[in-house]
Ligand binder design. Structure first.
Ligand code: SF4
Length: 741
């Protein structure tokens, strides 16, 4: 008998409402939820295709142990955990807690229990070796927010409901559907801006799908920092700055004005490729449009100065009078009592340690929300000495494909005394693991999206039950972590305390999620507000979710800004130090005349959904994109196989030609290069649409090339060259992929 159960997708930020059809305990279909009050029947192909992930015959559904020949054999949970715990205890005894580390990937952030339990485990362990996909994605946002607002997790987003001008820098929301922003119908929202007489401008080296739909402003890769400094220059020097907003919201504007003074649009035109007139017009539009917002994402994060760029994005919004204003760049809050105290507590527990706390052994990087740059993880494994990483747990991640220099990491993984994966595929990273433990998918767990509550343009709550029981022997990550922490309970005060609570049966994700729902706006405040929400009421009475307010509210900056005077720090010393660092950028190297950028594809989600047939159909290929002029310069034609070489590595793949690029730019999607051992058959097989090349082999993991404030890998604007390896007629029909043992 089929049941239709409302739930929501947790692949990316929109958290689209879905209806799951379940028959005899099996997920048989997912469709967009028309009754969802925010996504209103929208879902993308990845969300629909997730049935194929849940039911994938290649999925890991039983614990696996690696044999000496590199293949995997099924083992029992008891045997696996007994051996893992014994080896972890031995490493802890012989080398200390700082020999044990954890890496978690992007999907882990979309599970409340995973996020909370990994964070608590690493805090209890007191090991510095926490790594996340954030250093390939978003950590500079947290660091910029710490410097500006004293509050790492806060992030302003564009009020698309009401804006009349939206300037998007380095983001492609028609494909990504929004990043660090929850707005499921973002395409409609952006068209709505135009429909009410407004304008959307997309600043990007590539005429992305979003740029095609709106106004494209081309820019040179990694030139956004110069564009933003020139925008500030024009705002200040041409009398366009909103003095009232600056006086009310900020401290140190005169300092920033001084720093921006040399960056005239004329002086930055070469770095940006933007004419001075165009840049001045953009500054005037941002200042004169009553409701305007500038929004930057991944393209602005992965350059050499991502933290500075992010700080400047917010500074431009503020100086133009568009920060914390309706239709501008706005902040979300939980609306909970004592929210500032709670934010201070979070900050104390998981700090951005730029001015306190130990720095990483390799490269001397500060902690960012307790994590270190994943780019240095391999060297932390291979560099002898106190604190050498010897045991690594990896959950929901594939750092071999997502970190710079995956080859180095693969070699380093083989030096570990223990590697344990908790995931649902044997991917390129887990192929090196001693154990792969089967994890539940999102539809096999109860959930509430705690980290995304303040990122939604429409304040909104939705919880979900598991719609199916765990497939095979899969377990939720938190259950595994609980068992590990329990093993160490005598070795850490936090684990001791946790163990005491755990024995009462009260330490569960559901209690944590319930507490957030009850304390947040709309919650029942543990009985003080009659009829308010609890987690149970959300599931029972509001299965499609509950809108808390139609829009974000202006004035939230005073809640989220944790500085004592609640003023934004435009005189943060990092503005000056990072602007000074711009002068150290090396000049162009004629040996590497092209600039490599990444790009999103609608049917990819980083590296982990390339085994779903629905997403691979239609003869998909992993392709490099080149401008016809650049291709002609190296004699490349459509479909040729090319070699792309950087100072750090080389890859080969087929090329397609497009004038949707600024000349001198080559674009290659990330997340490809599959060669996992064992059963990830389609992802590993070029003829099935998988395979491809790992673009991060071209990126540097040298600490000197890692952005110093946030530890972000430099994954965009990387100098490369291209040459033809084989013409299209002779090139393999598809990218060859290695099928492992
Ligand atoms: S945009 Fe697609 S992948 Fe993202 S939450 Fe919605 S359905 Fe899921």
């Amino acid at each position: 008998m089929a049941e239709e159960l409302p739930t929501y997708c947790r692949i990316c930020e929109p958290l689209c409402g879905m209806v799951a059809t379940v028959e005899d305990g099996k997920l048989v279909q997912l469709r967009p939820d028309r009754d969802h009050p925010v996504s209103k029947g929208f879902a993308c192909p990845k969300g629909i295709a997730f049935t194929e992930v849940v039911n994938d015959p290649d999925r890991v559904t039983h614990p696996l142990k690696r044999r000496p020949d590199g293949t995997f054999a099924r083992v029992s949970w008891d045997d696996a955990m007994r051996d893992i715990k014994a080896r972890m205890l031995r490493i802890h005894s012989e080398h200390g807690a700082d020999a044990i580390g954890w890496y978690w990937g992007n999907p882990g952030a979309f599970s409340a229990s995973h996020t909370l339990w990994v964070a608590a485990f690493m805090l209890g362990l007191r090991s510095p070796h926490l790594y996340t996909a954030g250093s390939q994605d978003v950590n500079n946002r947290f660091v910029a927010s710490e410097f500006l607002y004293g509050n790492p997790p806060t992030a302003p987003g564009p009020d698309l409901h009401r804006a009349d001008l939206v300037v998007i820098v380095g983001a492609n929301p028609l494909v990504s559907h929004g990043s660090v922003l929850t707005a499921p119908r973002i395409k409609e929202e952006l068209h709505g801006v135009v429909d009410r007489g407004g304008r959307v401008v997309v600043v990007d080296p590539r005429r992305t799908e979003t740029a095609r739909a709106f106004d494209w402003q081309p820019i040179r890769p990694d030139g956004d920092v110069f564009m933003l400094l020139s925008l500030l220059h024009v705002l200040f020097e041409d009398g366009l700055a909103d003095d009232a907003a600056i006086a009310a919201q900020a401290r140190g504007a005169a300092h920033l004005r001084q720093l921006a003074r040399p960056f005239t649009p004329e002086s930055t035109a070469e770095q940006t490729g933007i004419t001075p007139d165009t840049l001045r017009e953009l500054a005037r539009a941002l200042a004169s449009t009553e409701r305007a917002a500038m929004y930057g994402r991944i393209g602005t994060s992965l350059g050499r100065s991502g933290t500075l760029t992010t700080m400047l994005l917010d500074a431009v919004n503020l100086v133009a009078g568009n920060l914390d204003r309706e239709g501008g760049s706005m902040f979300g809050t939980l609306g909970a009592p004592f929210e500032r105290i709670a934010l201070r507590l979070i900050k104390a527990l998981v700090p951005v340690g730029h001015d306190r706390g130990p720095r990483s052994r390799i490269g001397g990087f500060p902690a960012v929300l307790a994590s270190r740059p994943a780019a240095i993880m391999a060297k932390e494994m291979t560099t002898p000495g106190k604190g050498q990483l010897r045991a690594l747990f990896v959950s929901a991640g594939n750092p071999v494909l997502s970190c710079p220099n995956g080859d180095e990491l693969e070699d380093a993984l083989d030096t570990l005394d223990l590697q344990v994966a908790i995931d649902f595929y044997v991917n390129e990273t887990h192929a090196h693991a001693d154990y792969v433990l089967p994890a539940t998918t999102m539809y096999e767990r109860q959930d509430f999206p705690i980290p995304f509550q303040t990122l939604s343009l429409t304040p909104f709550r939705q919880g979900t039950d598991a719609v199916i029981p765990p497939v095979g022997e899969a377990r939720e990550e938190w259950e595994v972590i609980d068992e590990l922490a329990s093993t160490l309970w005598r070795r850490s005060p936090l684990f001791f305390g946790a163990e005491m609570v755990r024995r009462t049966g009260m330490l569960t994700p559901r209690r944590a999620m319930d507490a957030v729902v009850r304390l947040a706006e709309g919650g029942d405040l543990f009985g003080l507000r009659r009829g308010g929400l609890t987690f149970a009421r959300l599931l029972r009475d509001r299965p499609h979710g509950q809108v808390i307010a139609p829009h974000l509210r202006a004035g939230a900056l005073r809640t989220v800004n944790l500085h004592g005077d609640r003023k934004v720090r435009l005189d943060a010393p990092q503005f000056a130090s990072e602007i000074a660092r711009l002068a150290e950028r090396p000049g162009d190297d004629p040996a590497f005349p092209l600039r490599l950028i990444g790009m999103r594809e609608l049917r990819s989600e980083n590296s982990w959904m390339h085994n779903a047939p629905l997403l691979l159909r239609g003869g998909r290929k992993h392709l490099a994109r080149m401008h016809p002029d650049d291709a002609a310069a190296v004699g490349a034609a459509e479909g040729d196989r090319i070699r792309v070489t950087s100072k750090h590595g080389e890859i080969e793949l087929a090329v397609t030609l497009t004038d949707d690029l600024v000349p001198g730019v080559i674009a290659i999607p990330h997340g490809w290069g599959h060669k996992g051992r064992g059963g990830w058959r389609k992802a590993n097989t070029a003829d099935a649409g998988g395979g491809g090349a790992n673009v991060n082999r071209l990126m540097s993991s040298d600490p000197a090339d890692v952005e110093p404030l946030a530890g972000m890998a430099n994954l965009t604007g990387v100098p490369v060259r291209a040459e033809v390896v084989a013409p299209a007629a002779q090139a393999p029909e598809r990218e060859a992929a290695t099928l492992g043992a």
